[in-house]
Every structure is written in structure tokens, then in C-alpha cells.
Design a protein around this ligand. Structure first.
Ligand code: CP
Ligand code: NVA
Length: 311
């Protein structure tokens, strides 16, 4: 059995298999051909943070695969009143076939997975948002970006960390520009750079958005204030001044460069209204692709249910 906790846990071939499955299932879905790959299966969806896309895409996705999704907000289940993660895992995983969790520390997700009898999917933690970045990769392929040079401008957060791991595994170029005090987690950076040695990925860090975007063919950003950081909003907005992705910055990218944003987007903070609307087709394709990518990942995990996790 395999869990989907971080991109770093998979080989390049495995990640590309998931993307290929997503492409196949997306094509079938567009033809209204709903193959019941996960017939009668239940996906438990535990949310300790808010969500629009993750909830709707997983719930719709499992339904289209022939199963059903259970929305479990921590406000409504005993987890929110202090029932331990490991007990929650041992109960829920005896009743459902797969679990998706959105939580705070990665260690809480890891603990759930350790005690779970069924595959567990990371639906966002403070450290990673791997289903999002797999989706972003599918989207850039669909936008005909074959040799990605990705510029990430903004906070060194869960989205950035997932880009780091995907770049390191697949071997494409990633340039990260963050303010000095909001750089990526150094342990994650070191791990990604170690992995990148085998794939040949070129990964660079700076505090200069222009340096990152110059000649890139994918420009991306994320909110400056992630869920759980609301108390730091004022100081963050000051620290990120100069990190907006606006038309002046986008002009430095390659002609025809695409812009991606995991959403929700805060206009005129991390991205200007003008850039956002100019690239709305790409951004909302990216949002839709959450549905297709996660179906690919769920089917892939189900296909590997008999594998030993340590293999
Ligand atoms: N991008 C993303 O995960 O969106 P939600 O927070 O709405 O799920
Ligand atoms: N970095 C953001 C991503 C939201 C999808 C957050 O964690 O809130």
C-alpha cells in the first residue's frame, strides 16, 4: 500500500504514470465516459482548514469514479474536540477505502498515515500541497510547455516546497524568489537539492523577482498569508512589497509565458488584477485540473494497494 503524502516519496516514472492516468481519465470524462475504477469505494475527506477546490474536486472525483466522498470537517468530528489523530486513523480507516486530509503540521498527516489501514492523500499541510503541484504540471503540459522554466515569486511555503520536490524529481528548471525572511524551509531545500543531483534539475534561489522571471516560460505565485498565518497579515504585506506579479514583471518572461496560481488569489497583493485576468484561462484550467489529476492519483493508489510500503 502507498500513501500520497509528498512528491518526494515517488520516482519520476511513478509521478509520470499518475499524470498519464489523469490525462486518460480526463479524456474519458470529457466524453462522458465515467469508468467506475473505484466502484463502491468511500473516500473520507478530513478538513482542519477551509477549502473550495480541494473539497469540490475530491468529492466530485470520487463520485465520478463510482464511489462516494464523506466530508469530515474537524469542527464536526471528535478530532476537533481532541480525539487523537492515531485513534481517528484507526477508526476511519476501518470504514473507508481511502482518506484525504488537509491539516497543519506534516507530522499530523504522517501520524494518520502510520496508523491507517488504507491509502492517505495529502490535501495540504503547512509543508506541502502535492496534489496541487501535480495538477500544475498537468496544466503546463496542456498549455504546451514542454521544457518548463518555472519562476515562483512570493512566500517560501507549502506550494513552493512542492514545486521544489517536483522540479527535483522530474528534472526541470525552477527559480524561486522570496523575501529574505520568508525563504523556503532549509531542510526541505537541502532534501530537494540532494534529489536534484540525480535528475539534473536546475534549482536556484534569490530575493529578486526579476532575476527569477527573466526568460521563464511559467510564472507562478501564491498568497502571502497562508491559512494559519492570519495574525501575521500586516507584517507580511509589508515584507512582500515588490513581490507582486504584475505586467512589468511578466514582460521579462518568455513571449507566451503562462501564469499559474493555485487559488484563492488576492488581487493587487501577490498578483495584479491585470495579469490575473489576462491569464484567467490558464488559472481556471489549472483549477479544473484538480479534479482530473486527483482522480489519476486515487486510481494509481488503488492499483498499488497490495504493494509493501517499504519496497
Ligand atoms: N488551491 C486549493 O487548494 O484551493 P482550496 O483551498 O480552495 O482547496
Ligand atoms: N499556501 C496556501 C495555499 C492555499 C491553497 C495556504 O496554505 O493557505
Amino acid at each position: 500500500m502507498r500513501h500520497f503524502l509528498s512528491i518526494k516519496d515517488f520516482t519520476k516514472d511513478e509521478l509520470l504514470e499518475m499524470i498519464a492516468l489523469a490525462q486518460k481519465i480526463k479524456k474519458q470524462t470529457k466524453q462522458k465516459h465515467f469508468v467506475p475504477y473505484l466502484e463502491h469505494q468511500t473516500l473520507g475527506m478530513i478538513f482542519e482548514k477551509s477549502s473550495t477546490r480541494t473539497r469540490v474536486s475530491f468529492e466530485t472525483g470520487i463520485y465520478q469514479l463510482g464511489g462516494i466522498g464523506l466530508f469530515l470537517s474537524s469542527n464536526d468530528i471528535q478530532l476537533g474536540r481532541g480525539e487523537p489523530m492515531k485513534d481517528t486513523a484507526r477508526v476511519i480507516s476501518r470504514m473507508v477505502d481511502m482518506v484525504m486530509i488537509r491539516t497543519f503540521e506534516q507530522s499530523k498527516l504522517d501520524e494518520f498515515a502510520k496508523y491507517s489501514k488504507v491509502p492517505v492523500i495529502n490535501g495540504l499541510t503547512d509543508s506541502y500541497h502535492p496534489v496541487q503541484i501535480m495538477t500544475d504540471y498537468l496544466t503546463l503540459l496542456e498549455c504546451r510547455v514542454t521544457d518548463p522554466i518555472v519562476a515562483y515569486v512570493g512566500d517560501g511555503n507549502n506550494i513552493t516546497h512542492s514545486w521544489l520536490m517536483l522540479s527535483a524529481k522530474l528534472g526541470f528548471e525552477l527559480r524561486v524568489a522570496t523575501p529574505k525572511d520568508y525563504a523556503c524551509d532549509s531542510a526541505i531545500v537541502n532534501e530537494a537539492l540532494e534529489i536534484a543531483k540525480s535528475s539534473g534539475a536546475k534549482i536556484s534561489f534569490s530575493h529578486d523577482p526579476k532575476e527569477a522571471v527573466e526568460g521563464a516560460n511559467v510564472v507562478t505565485t501564491d498568497t502571502w498569508v497562508s491559512m494559519g498565518q492570519e495574525d501575521e497579515k500586516e507584517e507580511r504585506i509589508k515584507a512582500f512589497s515588490g513581490y507582486i506579479v504584475d505586467s512589468n514583471l511578466m514582460e521579462l518572461a518568455q513571449d507566451g509565458a503562462i501564469f499559474l496560481h493555485c487559488l484563492p488569489a488576492y488581487r493587487d497583493y501577490e498578483v495584479s488584477e491585470e495579469v490575473f485576468e489576462a491569464h484567467a484561462d490558464e488559472v481556471f484550467l489549472e483549477a479544473e485540473n484538480r479534479l482530473h489529476t486527483q482522480k489519476g492519483i486515487m486510481v494509481w493508489l488503488d492499483n498499488h494497494i497490495d504493494e509493501d510500503i517499504d519496497e
